[in-house]
Structures are given as C-alpha cells and as structure tokens.
Design a protein around this ligand. Structure first.
Ligand code: PAF
Length: 275
C-alpha cells in the first residue's frame, strides 16, 4: 500500500492503471469504513482511500479541532483490507488558497434535517467530495448509509453535474447492541455509551409500527422527541421521510426512512432506519 500526501504523486501513481474504487473518509476508521473498503476491493479495481478532516464541513462551534486523528492506526487497518493507495493531503495541499468556488447543493435537499442544524455542512461536503473526485477520478465511490442525507446529496450532485462516477451506498454497521458505528462514539462516557443505543431502539420501534400500519407520522415523531428529552437527550429532529428525496411522505406506500439526530451530553449522534 502506498501512502501519498500530494495530488501530483497520487495522479502519477494512478495514471497507468484502471480507474480506481474510492473510499473517502475523515479517518478514525471503524468497521463501517472497513466494510466500504471491502466492497471497493470486491470491485476488482485498485482501491484508493482518502483521509482528510475537512474543515469546510465543520461549523464554528463544532468539533473540528478535537475530531479524532488516528493516522497510523487507520493506515494499518486499510493495509489489512488490501487497500492500494491512501491519499492523505494536508490542508495546504487540498486548500492552498481559500476555497472560493464551492458546490451549493439545492436547499430542498441540503437545508433540511442535518443541513438545517448544521448550516453549510453539505456545501463543505460536496465541495471536498467534488475536489477529491477530480483528483482521484474514480469509477465508483463508496459512502455509508449511516449518513443517509449525505449519500443522497452526493448522488444528486453526481447526477446534476454529470460526474462520471458510480455512487455505492453501504449499509450502516452497528455494534452488538445496535448502536451505529461512528467516529464520534469515542466521545461518549461509559454511561452515555450505555444510553446511546436507545436512539437506535427508538428508530427501530418507529420503523416497526409504521410497517405494521401506523399512519400518524407527526405524532410518532413528537412522541420520539419527547422520549429522548425525558431520557436526558437534546434531540434536533426525529423525522419520517421518503427515502428518495427526504420530503414528507404523502401516503405511506412509498419507501420511507426514519432519521434522527440528538445530542447526548456533548456528543451529537445521528442514525436512521429504512422502513
Ligand atoms: O462522511 C465523511 O466522512 C465525510 O463527510 C466525507 C464524505 C469523507 C467528506 O469529508
């Protein structure tokens, strides 16, 4: 496995081979990332993983500075998965001048849910992902469904800008008790870690009752928000939406997903369950 820090070196290394399979990450890798790397490897193409904590997608009061950086361990994990190239630029390499050109995703998809509570988040994500796509020129790129809205926003960017890359969405990986794996789980105290699984239990329960025919979507959402508050969480949203575009469902006969974001102590967790 080659570890490359410069755009020119990565381009040179990839120049002769087939277009790669690409797994963009911010590092602090867990089984969710590694499952994506395995999917990428199964494509038979050379695998590129990027590790870059993208300042553009963090708000001023978010955790950019304390976001866990575990580069050596990440490289060891990627090597064990048969990854061929790690691309790990520093900020001066990826943003040598202030990034004035940015991708502005459509508000109806990007300013709701996560985008409502994290203004500018999807602009930051789309901008870095487009830039990484231009550098890596992958045939396919792999994103986890844990960040459900993110993979939809990226699919829509690829469609609208006719980018020649196939987006593959990988299933959410969970701990034994059901908690969605996330780099931010490491912030949780033991007591918070024990409580954190309730978010998934709540979503699973909503998905089950909707599948069983409950139609009072707004009531279910409010009830879930109240439950989280009672248990000491600060919920941002619990929302039952259409899988295709995250708009509110008209009938309940279309594929849906229930999504939530909530803070437990200082840690903001997100999760979702497809219905
Ligand atoms: O999901 C992430 O880790 C990041 O948002 C991504 C896609 C690597 C862009 O920085």
């Amino acid at each position: 496995m080659q570890v490359l820090h410069r755009i020119a070196d990565l381009r040179a290394a990839l120049a002769q081979g087939p277009r790669p399979a690409f797994v963009p990450t911010m590092g602090n890798l867990h089984e969710g990332h590694l499952a994506l790397a395995r999917q990428a490897k199964a494509s038979g193409r050379p695998v590129v993983a990027s590790i870059f904590v993208n300042r553009l997608q963090f708000g001023p009061n978010e955790d950019f500075d304390r976001y866990p950086r575990t580069f050596e361990a990440d490289c060891a994990l990627l090597q064990a998965e048969g990854c061929d190239f790690v691309f790990a630029p520093d900020e001066a390499e990826l943003y040598p001048e202030p990034q004035a050109y940015k991708v502005q995703p459509p508000p109806e998809l990007a300013d709701i849910l996560e985008g409502h509570f994290r203004p500018g988040f999807f602009t930051g994500v789309c901008t870095v992902v487009l830039k990484l796509f231009n550098i890596v020129q992958p045939e396919a790129a792999y994103f986890g469904k844990k960040d459900y809205q993110q993979q939809l926003v990226i699919k829509s960017m690829v469609r609208q800008l006719a980018l020649p890359v196939r987006i593959v969405a990988g299933e959410t990986c969970r701990a034994g008790d059901g908690l969605a794996l996330s780099s931010r789980n490491g912030y949780l105290s033991p007591a918070e870690r024990a409580e954190a699984v309730e978010l998934h239990r709540l979503l699973d329960n909503i998905a089950r009752v909707v599948r069983d025919g409950r139609t009072d979507v707004a009531h279910l959402e409010q009830e879930a928000m109240a439950t989280l508050q009672r248990r000491g969480w600060q919920p941002d949203y619990v929302a039952i939406r259409r899988q295709a575009d995250l708009l509110e469902p008209h009938g309940l006969d279309e594929p849906m997903v229930v999504l939530a974001a909530a803070k437990l102590g200082k840690t903001r967790l997100i999760d979702n369950v497809e219905i």
